[in-house]
Ligand binder design. Structure first.
Ligand code: FES
Length: 122
């Protein structure tokens, strides 16, 4: 049975640190991802900048801008909308983050993408 549980919603504060996790595709590729709490909802994306394929956070889990209104890539400052992943500015040049489908149940977040599962933390 594939693991689909991302983690507890309790660990995610509105506009606060993101929850990092890894997903595995059907062909075995492991990709970093993260979940955030924004505007009373939860969102998750692959942790991959639209500019160059690097992870966004400069410190683990630090994704939000100072004003909490965008997700920022630490490398060159590309900005993304927290609720859609769309490129809002900087060198992402219209390439947004790749959203993941998630659901919430009993205080837990679950991955809904059928072709992905969660890599267990060691
Ligand atoms: S790698 Fe993210 S803005 Fe350049």
């Amino acid at each position: 049975m594939p693991n689909k549980r991302i983690g507890s919603t309790e660990s995610l504060q509105e506009g606060g640190k993101g929850l990092r996790f890894d997903v595995r595709s059907a062909n075995g590729e492991v990709m970093p991802a993260f979940a955030i709490h924004y505007d009373y909802q939860y969102f998750a994306y692959l942790n991959k900048c639209g500019h160059i394929a690097v992870q966004l956070d400069y410190m683990p889990g630090e994704f939000f801008s100072d004003d909490g209104e965008s997700l920022v890539c630490a490398t060159h400052g590309a900005e993304y909308a927290p609720d859609t992943g769309a490129c809002q500015g900087g060198p992402c040049y219209g390439v947004g983050l790749e959203p993941l489908e998630i659901s919430q149940s009993d205080g837990q977040l679950f991955l809904e993408n059928e072709d992905l599962d969660i890599v267990e933390k060691k």
